[in-house]
Design a protein around this ligand. Structure first.
Ligand SMILES: O=C(O)CCC(=O)C(=O)O
Length: 247
């Protein structure tokens, strides 16, 4: 559980890094699990077209949506109160509902960047409670392409994005380098409003960067558009769904 000052920090800045939410050994076990899932799936590279312009040479990204459908370890993590209590606290509700999950691996030395963006254009909602929790399964210093944020940017509300090459903000107005790097250690979890402008750099380090992102919402916040469905969307991670929606 986080205290009132952490909740206030999230409300003021649009993000909160919770140190050591998982122990280092738990995080490293999840790292193994993530890489094993990706090895079984052998998926395609999801690097955004717009990310290609941010890197000097070719980069790669490995990912998998709906991680909990491939390993029960992720299903356990999604309902872990160490996570769901913080998600509830930052939203100011007792109820936490799943939107989607995804594993990201930025391979060593050539891990793709993400241009600055809000998540909101991908999954617009009416009350803007949606947030992401990025679980770090290994250390993410700046040279590994850690997440970077623009503190307070969530207060601008949804911003117009460029759709081509992945919904992103104009790099000339929102340079990656101007954003605050949120360096993290294995076991740390970064909570982020879906309105907070964020991105990440290239992983130039000799080790991969491995994360799981869980996107969550208050069940009383409904989608503003019929987009971004995922397997298991709507599952309750904490509390109840007072709307008793059936779809
Ligand atoms: O994990 C990262 O480096 C950034 C991911 C991200 O920005 C996103 O999934 O929206």
């Amino acid at each position: 559980m986080v205290g009132a000052s952490s909740v206030r920090f999230y409300r003021d800045n649009g993000y909160l890094l919770v140190k050591g939410l998982l122990s280092r050994s738990e995080a490293l076990a999840y790292r193994e699990e993530s890489h094993a899932v990706l090895a079984r799936l052998r998926g395609t590279d999801p690097t955004w077209g717009s990310a290609r312009e941010l890197a000097a040479g070719p980069t790669e990204l490995r990912h998998c949506h709906d991680a909990q459908f491939y390993s029960a370890a992720f299903a356990r993590l999604m309902v872990d109160p160490r996570f769901t209590d913080v998600a509830a606290a930052v939203m100011g509700t007792g109820n936490v509902q799943l939107h989607h999950t995804k594993i990201f691996v930025k391979p060593a030395e050539k891990g793709s960047p993400f241009p600055m963006h809000q998540d909101a254009p991908h999954l617009p909602h009416t009350r803007h409670t949606v947030g992401a929790a990025i679980f770090h399964f290994d250390d993410a210093p700046e040279e590994k392409g850690c997440v970077r944020v623009v503190p307070g940017s969530h207060k601008n509300g949804p911003l117009p994005h460029i759709e081509e090459g992945g919904w992103h903000l104009p790099p000339s107005q929102w340079p990656l380098e101007a954003a605050v790097p949120i360096e993290a250690e294995a076991g740390d979890v970064l909570f982020l409003s879906y309105l907070t402008v964020h991105g990440s750099g290239v992983n130039t380090a000799p080790e991969a960067r491995t994360t799981l992102l869980i996107q969550f919402r208050d069940p009383e916040d409904s989608p503003a558009d019929d987009v971004h469905h995922s397997r298991g969307q709507g599952m309750m991670l904490r509390g109840v769904d007072p709307t008793v929606r059936t779809t």
